[in-house]
Write a protein of this length. Structure first.
Length: 172
């Protein structure tokens, strides 16, 4: 039987969970207001924008942002209807398709990036000391190391916690 949480642990967990939900909601609202895209759009577009070829298979997008296949499929369909992405046949796999960011999608994510990064800085990094950022970075990756299998499959671990240019709100 697992030991129950102490009052301090429960208060810490509740504070963390509330902070995470409120931060996600605040960032979502600001992204919508500033750029007219959702955090889900942003997550998909950033995964494509960061890829040198600007195209990925849908499954890889799901791996990068931690989504199930059906969620990725529905999101891509909505984004395709809005002209943010297109689908192209995959030459080496007759059943496969590439998801390609369009010029409109690229403009949308680049327009959103500056404001979104500013919001992350304002609501998160500006209130943390460099020492707190180091602790948070360490704790985050220790927690991620215990999750098996990991939900998201990043290519590499970020080098420093202050580098948020490509930070994605994964809960979108």
């Amino acid at each position: 039987m697992t030991a129950s949480l102490s009052e301090q642990e429960l208060a810490t967990w509740r504070g963390f969970a509330l902070m995470r939900r409120q931060l996600d909601l605040t960032l979502e609202r600001r992204l919508q207001a500033d750029a007219g895209i959702s955090s889900a759009d942003f997550a998909v577009l950033m995964s494509l924008q960061e890829e040198p070829t600007r195209r990925l298979r849908a499954g890889r997008i799901g791996d990068l942002i931690g989504w199930e296949k059906s969620r990725v499929s529905h999101q891509l369909s909505r984004m395709e209807q809005r002209g943010l992405v297109t689908r192209e046949e995959c030459g080496d796999d007759a059943r496969g398709v590439w998801i390609v960011i369009t010029a409109d999608g690229s403009r949308a994510v680049l327009a959103a990036l500056r404001d979104h990064t500013e919001a992350i800085r304002q609501y998160f990094f500006d209130i943390l000391s460099p020492e707190e950022q180091e602790v948070l970075h360490s704790v985050s990756f220790r927690v991620l190391d215990t999750i098996n299998p990991p939900i998201c499959q990043p290519e590499v671990e970020p080098e420093a916690p202050a580098e948020v240019e490509s930070a994605l709100p994964a809960s979108a």
